[in-house]
Write a protein of this length. Structure first.
Lengths: 301, 551
């Protein structure tokens, strides 16, 4: 009685330790990502320039005030320290380009991206895994050719072109994201399913007359599952990356559009916050996938 | 039967009249039954505070929502009374007295009076505000004073004379001194009803708007205006063609021609605008460029030769498909009062250009132009990557100058990088840009022509004028700024235009035409050359719902 309890306790602590390590690594990476982003923006040409400098109606005093408004960003370490101090107190700074608090901008825009990228990701997964599974299950050359051609075509088309097509065809933005993410999922999952279905014990199971649903649930998914979960984590970052051109071109007011505007105007406070946010989401998604795979592996052992 | 015979025509005539009247009435009703006008802003408005406006989108919103004391008629270019019934300028040009309209209220119902004008002016002239609208009123240091003579009369006194003072009030949207709604309480035809960040803006009719039409009907006719935020011009045009938008305020010549080919009635070319495209050489003494190149750029003959070697007619014809005019100078011919009609656009004379260069010791060798010391004449032109017409112009200039043996490299940069190069690091040889002129009065160009100014692009912030002609321009610009008599001001500024033509610090290339697209459902729009081109009379625009439905 005592032995299983001790074992469960040990297992809990092991998982807790792993989760803590992961969270610490995430925090370190997020902080580093933010600093790296700030440094890159600071070094970018035109960092210190403001379009209003060319406005002839501005007096010399106003021009000077304009330049001084960015003076605090010249020393990047000092800027970052002050940014972190503000972030702890809930102040993420003010966007230069839009003149609004970054916090409110992120609050307004994040749900749009979450919806667009979320639906796009879901559609991509449904489409890709259905196609991959069907191709492996029926092993018809037509399916194989169709899947490879379609995924290959979408893999070749730049994300911006797919976004423009969605504008021209009046299609929703999430469809463009789905088509950008789809080929990456399809190709990987198709290979995983193909390898799983080629294993001898699945051939034996088929010979014994096991139903395809049972083969999939009991034999294929346990083999392909952990890698599919890892892929899910990666596709979150792919979808977020795709959201930038899609939102910018389709005029969707999300984080992607904001990132595009911020990059064009060298908006340091906004760019640092966006980098921190996107890094955090990506790392959490990947780490979540890692933890799930680890727990599955532990469960099996 | 007999009885009915004579009655038939009468009855049919009656029916015809009824039908005609009902048709006419329904046409009027459909034209003036409110509705929602839809068009795009190219970027997110940076502010709703009318005194802090300095971007195009915020300008459009201020124009549609703000009430001003005097309004510049975008068609006649004349000032017209608005919230001020009349106004009077003092002889010394330092004071302006307004007689205000009575019975006017803000959109929240609070009454409009001289107190609001005083509040607006005091806030506008606060040096800590750094408002570009306020800076236009700043001709010297010292406080601006406001004196409320009566609730409908106010005198505003400035520390020094301000040229074209009354016209500047076209940009000052009056704010309420007492309303708790602050900038949300407006005096213009529309008010901001809804703002979806990054997506759209809804302006609703201001029920308290004071203007009425000739039949005594309250303006504006429209119920609302929906402004979608859309930076992509392809998408904007696509949506216009689909009938999702009613107008495009400014369109490029390529889009214009495509639209004119498919729907000729919808594309409007109002002629040459006030905007100009030009190039200039870097004359800054500390600029990181070789001394021999600086010597070329500082030579008037060199600059004149480059100007004469550029075929402006070709630029207008090829780059803008004929929707541009060769530029004459700092003032577009579209500016009826301030344009110096004695000046003509530089004609394309490559032979004369070569003669000018030879006078400076340049010579041709194996098809390449060399200076006195044998250095090959080569320079780069930086321009912004986001403007396709400007990129194409730079390439055409490259071709034109290539015929003289001059090698030109075209460098396109994104806007922040370009600004950094031309206004902070001065790390460029020649630059090509455009000037979007929203002010007819040349006083708005003081910061360009004064040698000490930040925007004196070719050699800014000079402690003392480095050349005699720049000293003369300083004197003339100050003279026009301090003179009250418009004729004297024009004389001074005409001379500035002549100096620019002689010394060529800016090589003016073209004045683009004001091109716009207006749906057939929009009635009463009169696209012009002054901003905002298509909706300057938004309070009188109507929508024909039948035509809109058929699009």
């Amino acid at each position: 009685m005592l032995q299983p309890l001790l074992s469960a306790k040990t297992q809990f602590w092991k998982i807790a330790k792993r989760v803590t390590q992961k969270l610490a690594a995430i925090a370190a990476l997020v902080l580093l990502g933010g600093l790296l982003s700030a440094t890159l923006v600071r070094m970018a040409p035109g960092f210190d320039a403001d379009e209003r400098e060319l406005d002839p109606s501005l007096s010399a005093e106003s021009q000077l005030a304009l330049r001084q408004s960015r003076a605090g960003e010249h020393d990047i370490l000092r800027f970052y320290a002050s940014y972190l101090r503000g972030a702890i107190h809930g102040d993420l700074g003010t966007s230069h380009a839009l003149g609004q608090p970054v916090q409110s901008l992120l609050r307004e825009r994040w749900p749009v991206t979450l919806r667009v990228a979320g639906i796009g990701l879901l559609l991509a997964w449904i489409l890709a895994s259905t196609l991959a599974f069907t191709a492996c299950l029926w092993r018809l050359p037509a399916f194989e050719i169709f899947g490879t051609t379609v995924s290959g075509a979408f893999l070749c088309i730049p994300a911006a072109v797919l976004a423009l097509l969605s504008v021209i065809l009046n299609a929703p933005g999430y469809l463009a994201i789905a088509l950008i993410v789809f080929p990456k999922i399809y190709r990987y999952s198709r290979n995983l399913f193909a390898k799983a279905y080629a294993m001898p014990h699945i051939t034996a199971a088929r010979a014994r007359g096991l139903s395809e649903t049972r083969i999939l649930a009991c034999h294929v998914l346990p083999i392909a599952g952990p890698q599919m979960i890892a892929l899910a984590g990666i596709t979150v970052s792919i979808a977020l990356g795709a959201a930038i051109p899609v939102e910018a071109l389709c005029g969707l007011p999300g984080i992607g559009q904001l990132a595009w505007q911020a990059a064009l105007s060298r908006d340091l406070p906004l760019l640092v916050n966006l980098t921190v946010m996107v890094t955090l989401v990506t790392l959490l998604a990947n780490s979540g996938a890692d933890v799930m795979v680890y727990m599955l592996a532990r469960g099996e052992s | 039967m007999n009885m009915s015979k004579p009655g038939r025509p009468a009855f049919s005539q009656f029916l015809f009249c009824v039908a005609f009247l009902s048709l006419a009435l329904s046409a009027v009703a459909s034209a003036q039954s409110g509705g929602e006008l839809r068009f795009c802003l190219r970027s997110e408005p940076k502010t709703f505070d009318p005194l802090l406006v300095d971007d195009d989108s915020s300008l459009s919103i201020r124009y549609l929502t703000g009430g001003v004391l005097v309004r510049l008629n975008r068609h006649t270019q004349e000032l017209e009374p608005d919230l001020a019934e009349s106004w009077k300028l003092s002889k010394d040009g330092k004071q302006i007295t307004f007689k205000l309209r009575t019975g006017v209220t803000f959109s929240d119902g609070s009454p409009f009076s001289a107190e609001d004008v005083a509040f607006t002016m005091q806030r506008l002239m606060d040096p800590a505000l750094h408002s570009s609208t306020g800076d236009a009123f700043r001709s010297s240091s010292g406080a601006v004073t406001t004196k409320i003579i009566a609730l409908d009369q106010i005198a505003i006194t400035f520390p020094a004379p301000i040229a074209g003072l009354d016209r500047l009030f076209d940009q000052v949207a009056i704010m309420s001194a007492h309303s708790p709604k602050k900038e949300a309480a407006v005096l213009g035809p529309f008010m901001v009803a809804e703002y979806k960040a990054g997506s759209s803006l809804l302006l609703r009719r201001n029920p308290s708007y004071w203007k009425k039409d000739s039949q005594g009907r309250r303006l504006p006719y429209l119920d609302s205006i929906r402004l979608d935020i859309q930076s992509n011009r392809d998408v904007e045009m696509l949506r216009f063609k689909r009938g999702e938008l009613d107008l495009i305020n400014v369109i490029d010549s390529d889009y214009f021609d495509r639209l004119a080919a498919s729907s000729p009635g919808l594309a409007h070319d109002a002629g040459a605008s006030l905007d100009s495209d030009f190039m200039w050489f870097n004359l800054v003494a500390s600029a990181p460029i070789p001394d021999y190149k600086r010597a070329w750029f500082r030579s008037t003959n060199f600059r004149r030769a480059i100007s004469e070697a550029i075929n402006r007619n070709d630029l207008a014809r090829i780059v803008f498909n004929g929707h541009a005019q060769p530029a004459v100078g700092p003032v577009s011919p579209a500016n009826k009062f301030w344009f110096d009609s004695n000046l003509k656009a530089e004609t394309y004379r490559p032979d004369a250009a070569l003669n000018l260069l030879q006078a400076d010791g340049f010579h041709l060798q194996n098809g390449a132009l060399l200076d006195k010391a044998g250095n090959a004449v080569e320079f780069s032109i930086v321009t912004n990557a986001s403007s396709k017409p400007r990129e194409r112009m730079a390439v055409m200039v490259q071709e034109d100058l290539g015929k003289l043996g001059i090698k030109v490299n075209v460098v396109t940069l994104d806007f922040p990088s370009l600004i950094e190069r031309i206004s902070q690091k001065f790390n460029y040889e020649a630059a090509m840009l455009g000037f979007r002129n929203v002010d007819l009065d040349p006083n708005g160009q003081m910061n360009i022509w004064l040698s000490s100014a930040e925007n004196h692009a070719w050699n800014p912030q000079q402690k003392a004028p480095e050349t005699a002609w720049e000293a003369e321009m300083d004197r003339l610009m100050r003279a026009q700024a301090s003179a009250a008599d418009p004729k004297k001001r024009k004389e001074s500024f005409d001379r500035v235009q002549e100096i620019v033509a002689e010394q060529v610090p800016f090589i003016y290339l073209v004045n683009q035409n004001a091109l716009s697209a207006v749906s057939s459902a929009v009635q009463g729009a009169d696209p012009g050359i002054l901003s905002p081109q298509t909706f300057w009379n938004a309070d009188r625009i109507t929508l024909n719902q039948t035509k809109r439905a058929s699009r």
